[in-house]
Design a binder for this molecule. Structure first.
Ligand code: MN
Length: 249
């Protein structure tokens, strides 16, 4: 039997036909984490995923939206007891968001502390141009054993990847990473037992259209090629990593 695929970071609620995409994940048997960018989206994501076997909802507050939405942190906090998966959260250190970086750090730190206190959460974390700062926060506020972090679309260097792995982090790899020479080389060296796959749809594209969760099969193929493995072996490793992550969270 074909191994079920894993899309650990997809914005299901940003497709025009959210319920249809969700049903397609169920039909195709793709284990999909539906992330949110604002806690206002949580109730609908939670309710639609409630009857799903393969789709899980994640409670997020995107760092790029912090300037306009920092007051939604209280709402995020009020839903936290309902959520096992958290994201999209994190830091964005790129120039366009540098004005809010202090606020982003305060919010992320607060979230990590609450997750650590609650325990058993799995977080999908955004970190462009802010990997060291994200890892510092995780090291200080979400000790191993109090929660699990998956670094989504990781773009740090080899030393940062090694530090992240030592802190217990996982990495979710997407097609855009594997289409960049530098990031493909990095993806080839990440510990196999810490790798998950993702589409980051609909932001990442596939064949000139927004990527859908089932397109994660391409990520498996590209990753297999980068690591000189059989796609089936990569798919099995990813599924077993997801099971391990869930069992130990
Ligand atoms: Mn995303």
């Amino acid at each position: 039997m074909r191994t079920s695929l894993v899309d650990f970071h997809c914005h299901l609620d940003l497709y025009p036909n959210f319920p249809g995409v969700l049903m397609e994940c169920e039909r195709a048997g793709v284990h999909t984490l539906g992330v949110t960018t604002t806690p206002r989206a949580w109730p609908r994501n939670r309710d639609l995923a409630a009857t799903c076997q393969y789709v899980r909802p994640a409670l997020g507050l995107h760092p790029q939206l912090i300037t306009e939405r920092s007051e939604e942190l209280a709402l995020w906090e009020s839903y936290l007891p309902q959520a096992r998966y958290i994201g999209e959260v994190g830091l964005d250190g790129r120039a366009a968001y540098s004005g809010s970086i202090d606020l982003q750090e305060d919010v992320f730190e607060h979230m990590l502390k609450l997750c650590a206190r609650a325990g058993h959460k799995m977080l999908t974390v955004h970190s462009p141009m802010a990997v060291a700062r994200v890892l510092d926060k995780i090291e200080m506020h979400l000790p191993a054993g109090r929660g699990h972090v998956v670094l989504h679309w990781f773009t740090g260097g080899w030393h940062e990847a090694q530090r992240a792995a030592e802190l217990g982090c996982y990495f979710s790899v997407n097609a855009e990473m594997l289409n960049s020479t530098r990031h493909r080389k990095l993806a080839a060296t990440l510990p196999l037992d810490r790798i998950l796959t993702e589409t980051d749809g609909p932001f990442c594209r596939h064949d000139g259209r927004p990527a859908y969760p089932h397109d994660v099969s391409m990520v498996v193929e590209l990753l297999a090629e980068a690591r000189s493995m059989e796609p089936q072996a990569v798919a099995s490793a990813v599924l077993s990593n997801l099971c391990h992550l869930e069992e130990t969270s």
